[in-house]
Design a protein around this ligand. Structure first.
Ligand SMILES: [Mg+2]
Length: 159
């Protein structure tokens, strides 16, 4: 998971600089070396990537003068509605829970949910990368690997 985040961050950085794509092929030692360097230096790369996304979302909102409608209550309602649209994709799907053919719909609704989540974070001046990391730390304490490995029980029931 972490590895994927860093790889994605590196991909992002490469796209920004149009460097790796042109000169360095994925899977080569040079690419891996740069990736490892970013693992050490790149704590903020994910955060940079999120900041870039946030900028685009706010630009979209501001181009339409929608900030006036974006109070936390309505944003939370909207997030919940989009989450319901995501759930709707699976309605009556029976045993077909993999629903690979629904991937495009999932992609859209998931993006809607995340956009609203970022707008709520913006409304409260919260750093998305930071709050996710804080929550992951808290979850790590709630669900220690030795007690929760392969175990779907809630943390209050872990022994
Ligand atoms: Mg939607």
């Amino acid at each position: 998971m972490l590895d994927r985040i860093y790889t994605n961050s590196l991909d992002y950085l490469c796209r920004k600089r149009k460097f790796c794509d042109e000169y360095i092929n994925k899977g080569t030692y040079v690419y891996e070396l740069i990736r490892i360097i970013y693992i050490f230096l790149g704590v903020n790369l994910m955060s940079d990537s999120i900041k870039e996304l946030k900028k685009k979302i706010l630009q979209f909102r501001d181009d339409r003068d929608w900030k006036q409608f974006h109070n936390p209550k309505d944003l939370a309602i909207s997030l919940s509605l989009e989450a319901s649209e995501l759930l709707e994709i699976f309605q009556w799907s029976g045993d077909d829970l993999v629903v690979a053919q629904k991937r495009d719909k999932v992609k859209e609704e998931l993006a809607d949910v995340m956009i609203y989540a970022m707008l709520i974070a913006e409304a409260y001046d919260l750093d998305v990368g930071e709050i996710i990391e804080q929550k992951l730390d808290a979850n790590n304490k709630k669900y220690p690997v030795d007690k929760s490995f392969g175990n779907a029980k809630k943390y209050t029931e872990l022994k």
